[in-house]
Design a protein around this ligand. Structure first.
Ligand SMILES: Cc1cc2nc3c(=O)[nH]c(=O)nc-3n(C[C@H](O)[C@H](O)[C@H](O)COP(=O)(O)OP(=O)(O)OC[C@H]3O[C@@H](n4cnc5c(N)ncnc54)[C@H](O)[C@@H]3O)c2cc1C
Length: 351
């Protein structure tokens, strides 16, 4: 069986891994992503080639495991054993919520390395910079055809789409759009899925800067203290590395994101950069470069009503929607649970 997965984020990686475990070497997994790197919203950005060890986690910051959840705990333990994640040191942090049943982990090599590692375990073929715009039923056989704007790329027995629902509805044409249009219930439920918007600004410092003059590694900013900034981290220190090169990541508030949803990320990014220096006047100004990112679809504020982990649009050939739009929450742990449900369904249909 050949399966195409659209999206190279953590949901696609986890589904790939579970499919590999379920079906062994007999399954071929092919991934397409419009981005230039693996990770999706679990992404790590790097400074220029002159300062290659300076990086920031631009989207997800740390991964939270629920101790009492035996199912997801196994995934966390595997990543710990593989030296991909390690506990977040909560000394010198401000505003992280405490919960006796939760443990937080950081990824020392960058959060995108978690996704990369899971894909490697899954042995999936990766195709980047491929913006999928069409999924069609083949007229010749029982397969699905996947295309970009200018050409048909590949065909498979099954396609799993893991991109945020608003992007599915706005970007994907062909049989997939017709199926959604015909399925009134799914169509209405998909239209209910909503995401927040956030801007992220990363400051990369050259190795010559040996301190940022900041006493904390993570700071959740209270909305009464600043209306623009909501999350700040000295990113290398957050990842348990206190050596230069230093980097700082800032996320804006959801309210700020909503107000500027259609604005240019560079213009808004410059504005946010100034807000960072106003809020932290002691921060050195000698940065090496700056990363600006608009997460138009940041975290799910209203998920697919059933929170079922997936939606099956067609059984044969299998066409499934998955990802955090269908999960109980918009985070890594919920993506694990959603992926398990999706693969359980695929196994059931294939037996
Ligand atoms: C700012 C921010 C902070 C967060 N903080 C945390 C946190 O601290 N802890 C936590 O657990 N979670 C956090 N999250 C949420 C977490 O990142 C997501 O829940 C998770 O990464 C979702 O993964 P996914 O694979 O479902 O989707 P995505 O990661 O969005 O993957 C979808 C992929 O599809 C690709 N794609 C989209 N359209 C197309 C197309 N037409 N063709 C081809 N490819 C396409 C995208 O490029 C993307 O790579 C945060 C997210 C953001 C944005």
């Amino acid at each position: 069986m050949k399966v195409i997965l659209i999206g190279a984020g953590i949901s696609s990686a986890l589904i790939s891994l579970l499919l590999r475990r379920q079906f062994g070497p007999g399954i071929k997994l092919v991934v397409f992503d419009k981005g230039r790197s693996i990770g999706g919203r679990m992404t790590t950005s790097y400074d220029s080639e002159d300062n290659p060890h300076c990086s920031v986690d631009t989207g997800a910051q740390y991964l939270t495991s629920t101790k009492s959840n035996g199912v997801t705990a196994k995934f966390f333990q595997q990543l710990i054993d593989d030296h991909v994640i390690e506990p977040l040191d909560k000394t010198n942090t401000i505003g992280i919520r405490e919960n006796a049943d939760k443990v937080d982990y950081v990824a020392p090599r960058g959060i995108s390395f978690v996704v990369r590692h899971v894909f490697e375990q899954a042995v999936a073929e990766m195709n980047l910079s491929k913006h999928i715009t069409k999924i069609d039923f083949s007229s010749e056989n029982d397969k699905l055809l996947v295309s970009t704007n200018d050409r048909q790329l590949d065909e498979a027995d099954a396609v799993i789409v893991t991109i945020p629902v608003p992007q599915i509805l706005s970007q994907l044409k062909g049989s997939i759009a017709e199926l959604i249009d015909r399925n009134q219930e799914a169509k209405e439920k998909l239209a209910q899925v909503k995401y927040s918007t956030r801007f992220a600004v990363g400051l990369f410092y050259p190795p010559s800067i040996t301190t940022l003059n900041i006493p904390w590694r993570i700071y959740y900013v209270d909305k009464n203290d600043n209306e623009y900034l909501r999350f700040l981290a000295v990113d290398n220190a957050k990842r348990n590395n206190n050596e230069p090169p230093f980097s700082l990541i800032a996320h804006t508030s959801v309210e700020f994101g909503a107000k500027h949803i259609d604005d240019d990320k560079m213009i808004i990014g410059e504005e946010i950069k100034e807000k960072i220096f106003q809020f932290l006047p002691q921060l050195p100004r000698q940065i090496s470069s700056t990363k600006y990112h608009k997460w138009k679809y940041s975290q799910v504020t209203q998920s697919y009503p059933d929170k079922s982990g997936y939606v099956l649009l067609n059984e044969q050939p299998l066409l499934m929607l998955a990802g955090d739009s269908f999960a109980a929450e918009s985070n890594f742990e919920a993506c694990i649970e959603a992926a398990i449900e999706a693969v359980k369904k695929i196994r059931e249909l294939s037996s």
